[in-house]
Each structure stands twice: as structure tokens, then as C-alpha cells.
Ligand binder design. Structure first.
Ligand code: NZQ
Ligand code: ZN
Length: 393
């Protein structure tokens, strides 16, 4: 087991009607003027935005709003949000939505706290976040785990670059999680969420560290749960237990718990970000496409890990570890298909890509072949290219 620091300071407020506590919680965490950030309209249609605004008014907290966040959130809107937050004098940012909205809120919080720094500098790695405004979350989709994570992912539209940063300043102060707020999700978004939750866990689980039993057991239990309820949730987003299990799995999958003492891998995520940056595809879909290719390419590095996954997560009783690993990959890919998620470039709708595109994505993912991705089977540009080739059909 490796050394670790476990810091998960977000207060989780889970259950029916919990959104009604948004104003009181914001006040408790120091809010006197709030910017509410939301997406492309689902919270307007559901009435949630109006409900939050009314609750804020009852507590006499002045609010301004910034809507229009789109999936794969763009830097330009976050810049604009930071400017408006400063003009309004906001001292708290409340995200009402999913990962894209929450990440935009985090970026606005960093940008508004230090207005003379262009916030993309943080994502480029040329500046480090040193202060931020507090962020709270009312979650509407179980997927990215941003409501408790230390990460935020932005897309710079000019360069087509999608990138994440990790900093303790990204941890929201509170996360309100009412599963009923996810009942309005379209089937495709529920499925994207299931894949993302699985992948936050698997991108930690598939790492080279051995003898980490408790963490492995957390991850295995989470994966069994999300796979069990994922299918129910996709078929019936009004199933209370399924949507509740997904919501809790989503947060635990990405607050750090399922990787403690291990070495994070996250290759499928990093390879997937290149697909989203270039083709603007949904995050969960980029992952279901990349995982099978990555797993086929990497399995032989630690076949015993895949065999453990096969037994503990999927209940595969095959004793030959090579065969068990192969069966596990096949089963997960079939599970993605059952959710109607893509598992190749053509299923993703981008078609078979020319070799130059694959090479460019491999170079970008590895920052011009200057860094290696992951820990399970570390990928340089050439290896990343080989993984892309396996998904390119
Ligand atoms: O914009 P609206 O109209 O709200 O619609 C959204 C959007 O179209 C819709 N939606 C959300 N809640 C809904 C709803 N529709 C109906 N009813 C509801 N209750 O769902 C669509 C997707 O929303 P989005 O916020 O993009 O989803 P998600 O939570 O999957 O976030 C994806 C983003 O998070 C990043 C991804 O890369 C992607 O940019 N990630 C962030 C992470 C983090 N900060 O820790 C980690 C993840 O690995 C991920 O990279
Ligand atoms: Zn993810």
C-alpha cells in the first residue's frame, strides 16, 4: 500500500427535498452574494432554478445567474462568468447542474478570486490556483463526481484542448444530492453517467499496487453496485433505489476513496478527453469507446489484476487468469452495449479516422510525447497511438 492523504471535506447532504437547504448551507459557508451557474435549460424546464432563486430570496441573499453552460464546458463562458461574478460582488458560487456546470462554477470561483490571471493559465499549468471563492452544488446528474472531487475539466475552444486540473481549491463546500432531481434525465445521459462512474473507479482500480485489500474491496463493491443498478436506471430513471444508488456511487467513485494507497491510472480518461476536445462527444461515450481498447492493450502487463476484477466484480469463475481477464473485458464491453453506449469510433459516430488524426491525438494526450500516461501500463505517444488504433473501427 502506498502512502496517502485522504481529504474529502465536502459536506454531502443527501435525500428528498434537500435542495431546500441550499440557501441556509450557502449562508453557513459565508455566502452573502451568490452567483448561480446552470446549464442549457434543464433546470429552467424542471423548475429547479426558480425554486433555488425563491429559497435564496427567502433568506435575503442577493443572487445573479449565469446560464448556458454546455457539455464539455468552454473556457470562454467561465471567463465571462468570472467577470460577472466580480462585477456583482459575488462571494459564493452555486452550481445547479452536472459536471459541466460544476466545473464551470469552480473555474469561475478561481477566476473571480484572482481576476488579473487568465483562468486557462491554471489549466495550461503555467499558473497554480492559490485562492478561490467557495463553491456549493445542487446536483442534477449522477456522473462526473465533480460534486465532491478535487478536479475540474475545461475545454479551450480555440485550441480544441480539453484538460483537467486537480487542486484542493476544487473541492465544493457542500453537495446537495436529491436523487429525484435526476428523474428528468434522458436515457442517454443516465447511461453516460453509469459509464463515467464505473470508469472513475476502474481508472483507480487498474493500477500496479498490490496488497491494498480494503481499497480494492471498496472499489469492487462500488462497481458491482453501479453495474447492477445501471441497467435499471437506464430503463427507468424514476426508479428511486436505482437513482439513489447511482448518485451515491457517483460521488464516492471520484472523491478519492476508491483509490487510496494505489497509483491512479486514468489512461482511458486522458485518451477520451482528446476525443471530446476534437469531436465534442459526451464524456461518458468517450470512455466506453476507449476502455475496451485500453484494456485489450494493457491486460497482459498485470493479468492477475484483470483476473481479480473478473472474479470479484463480475463473478467469473474461470481459473485460467489469462482467459478470465479476456472474458472480463468482453463482459464489460457487452455491458456498455447493453446500455446502448458506443464501443468504437464508428459507434461513436465519428467514423474511422485517418492515421494522422490518431497520431495527433496521441501526441496531444502525451503533451508532445513529453509525459507518460497512467501507471498500469504507462503510455507514451507510440503506445497511446496503438490504443487509439484498437478503437478505430
Ligand atoms: O445543460 P442542461 O440543460 O442542464 O442539460 C444537461 C446536459 O445536456 C443534462 N442534464 C443534467 N441534469 C439533467 C439534465 N437533463 C435533464 N434532467 C436533469 N436532471 O445532461 C447533459 C450533460 O450534463 P453534464 O453536466 O455535461 O454531464 P456530466 O455530469 O456527465 O459532466 C460531464 C463533464 O464533466 C467532466 C467531463 O469531462 C465533462 O466535461 N468531468 C469532470 C470531472 C470532475 N470535475 O471531477 C471528472 C470526470 O471524469 C469528467 O471528466
Ligand atoms: Zn469521468
Amino acid at each position: 500500500m502506498h502512502s496517502f492523504v485522504y481529504y474529502s471535506p465536502t459536506r454531502v447532504v443527501f435525500g428528498k427535498d434537500t435542495q431546500k437547504q441550499a440557501a441556509k448551507l450557502a449562508k453557513e459557508f459565508g455566502a452573502s452574494r451568490v452567483m448561480i451557474v446552470y446549464g442549457s435549460g434543464s433546470v429552467v424546464r424542471s423548475g429547479l432554478l426558480a425554486e433555488i432563486e425563491a429559497i435564496m430570496a427567502q433568506e435575503e441573499i442577493p443572487c445573479c445567474t449565469l446560464g448556458g453552460v454546455q457539455p464539455n464546458p468552454r473556457t470562454a463562458l467561465a471567463r465571462e462568468g468570472a467577470k460577472q461574478a466580480v462585477e456583482f460582488g459575488a462571494d459564493f458560487i452555486l452550481a445547479v447542474g452536472g459536471g459541466s456546470v460544476i466545473d464551470t462554477a469552480k473555474a469561475i470561483a478561481h477566476g473571480a478570486a484572482t481576476p488579473d490571471v487568465d483562468l486557462w493559465e491554471y489549466w495550461k499549468g503555467t499558473k497554480t490556483v492559490e485562492r478561490s471563492l467557495p463553491v456549493g452544488v445542487v446536483l442534477t446528474i449522477s456522473a462526473a463526481g465533480s460534486e465532491t472531487s478535487d478536479s475540474a475539466v475545461l475545454t479551450d475552444e480555440e485550441s480544441g484542448t480539453k484538460r483537467g486540473i486537480n487542486t484542493p481549491f476544487n473541492r465544493p463546500r457542500f453537495a446537495i444530492m436529491n436523487p429525484e432531481l435526476t428523474y428528468t434525465l434522458p436515457r442517454y445521459q443516465v447511461a453516460c453517467g453509469v459509464v463515467d462512474i464505473m470508469m472513475h473507479t476502474m481508472d483507480r482500480y487498474f493500477n500496479p499496487v498490490k496488497g491494498n485489500d480494503l481499497t480494492d474491496a471498496f472499489a469492487e463493491a462500488l462497481l458491482r453496485t453501479v453495474m447492477k443498478y445501471g441497467v435499471t436506471a437506464v430503463n427507468n430513471p424514476h426508479d428511486e433505489q436505482a437513482m439513489s444508488e447511482l448518485m451515491w456511487c457517483g460521488s464516492v467513485s471520484h472523491n478519492g476513496l476508491t483509490g487510496l494507497g494505489g497509483l491512479m491510472d486514468f489512461c482511458p480518461h486522458k485518451l477520451g478527453h482528446e476525443l471530446s476536445g476534437r469531436f465534442d462527444v459526451a464524456h461518458g461515450a468517450s470512455l466506453s469507446v476507449m476502455w475496451g481498447a485500453w484494456a485489450k492493450y494493457s491486460r497482459s502487463e498485470h493479468p492477475e489484476r484483470f483476473a481479480q476484477f473478473a472474479k470479484e466484480v463480475l463473478g467469473i469463475s474461470e481459473t485460467d487468469i489469462e482467459r478470465a481477464g479476456e472474458m472480463a473485458i468482453e463482459e464489460v464491453v457487452n455491458y456498455f452495449r447493453k446500455l446502448e453506449m458506443p464501443t468504437s469510433f464508428t459507434e461513436l459516430g465519428i467514423g474511422v479516422q485517418p492515421e494522422e488524426v490518431l497520431q495527433d491525438m496521441a501526441m496531444r494526450a502525451t503533451r508532445g510525447d513529453t509525459i507518460q500516461l497512467g501507471s498500469f501500463r504507462p503510455l507514451n505517444a507510440q503506445r497511446a497511438l496503438e490504443v487509439y488504433r484498437l478503437a478505430n473501427h
